[in-house]
Ligand binder design. Structure first.
Ligand code: PEP
Length: 254
């Protein structure tokens, strides 16, 4: 059976005012009535999260976080634990985004965060992706290491709450995504790594998303051509109509 497509909006450190965040969140929620099949998640800044997330869970729009702490509890100034997140109704968290890795987050940090998120029943959206492609396939080894380390200790019963977001650094915040052919190749490689870890049946159930310069114009081609399960979207998740247009493109994939 085909998996439902999923689109995750990463708002990063935007927008600058709560008023704009509220307008964005409510605008998306209102227009979600036109979206029939696709799962949508938005990840606002932590500061806005509780005020944006509606009390009743009937909405089709899920709210997630952009990061969680690598420690379970204790004196860690400025951090938010997975347990706190679960208690506040968080269902998804992005982990290991390249912008956090650029700030010093390691594969080991990513693994600790993944284990804590899964322990709390939070879906872990693990970001992986190479910074450069080399002719000796070093980029594939790089991606493999990121995945294998991130999933160290993740059991077959918890793997159902894992999503992999493949985001080549060159395509993030850039003008162009990589081609759907390249996405397809990486997707096959990622599936092989997951098969080796969890067996074919489980591995094929793990959603693999693509992220990097996706928009309504290219979304369908990237997802169909890359045979991925959806998208992680930065810039185009910050405008109601653009985000909704991407969701509708996903809906149109049969
Ligand atoms: C991202 O930062 O994860 C991302 C995909 O950004 P953009 O869509 O702006 O390239």
């Amino acid at each position: 059976m085909k998996k439902k497509k999923i689109v995750i909006g990463n708002w990063k450190m935007n927008p600058e005012t709560f008023k704009e965040a509220k307008e964005l969140s409510e605008g998306i929620r209102k227009k979600m009535v036109g979206v029939k099949k696709t799962t949508a998640v938005v990840c606002p800044p932590h500061l806005y999260f509780m005020s944006l997330k509606p009390k009743n869970a009937s909405t089709k729009l899920f709210y997630g976080l952009q990061n969680i702490a690598r420690e379970a509890a204790g004196s860690f100034t400025g951090e938010l634990s997975a347990t706190m997140a679960r208690n506040c109704g968080v269902t998804y968290t992005i982990i290991g985004h390249s912008e956090r890795r650029a700030l010093g987050e390691t594969d080991d940090d990513v693994n600790k965060k993944v284990l804590l998120a899964l322990k709390e029943g939070i879906k872990a959206v693990i970001c992986v992706g190479e910074s450069k492609v080399d002719e000796h396939a070093g980029h594939l080894t790089f991606i493999k290491n990121q995945i294998v380390t991130a999933l160290k200790g993740v059991t077959t019963s918890d793997i159902g709450n894992v999503l992999i977001a493949y985001e080549p650094l060159s395509a993030i915040g850039a003008k162009n995504p990589i081609t759907s052919y390249e996405i397809h190749q990486r997707n096959i490689f990622i599936k092989k790594v997951l098969c080796d870890l969890y067996g074919k049946a489980k591995a094929f159930d793990i959603p693999v998303l693509y992220g990097g310069s996706a928009n309504a114009m290219n979304a369908k081609e990237l997802v169909e051509g890359g045979e991925v399960d959806g998208l992680l979207v930065g810039r185009d998740s910050l405008k109601v109509d653009n985000f909704i247009a991407i969701l509708k493109e996903m809906d149109s994939i049969s």
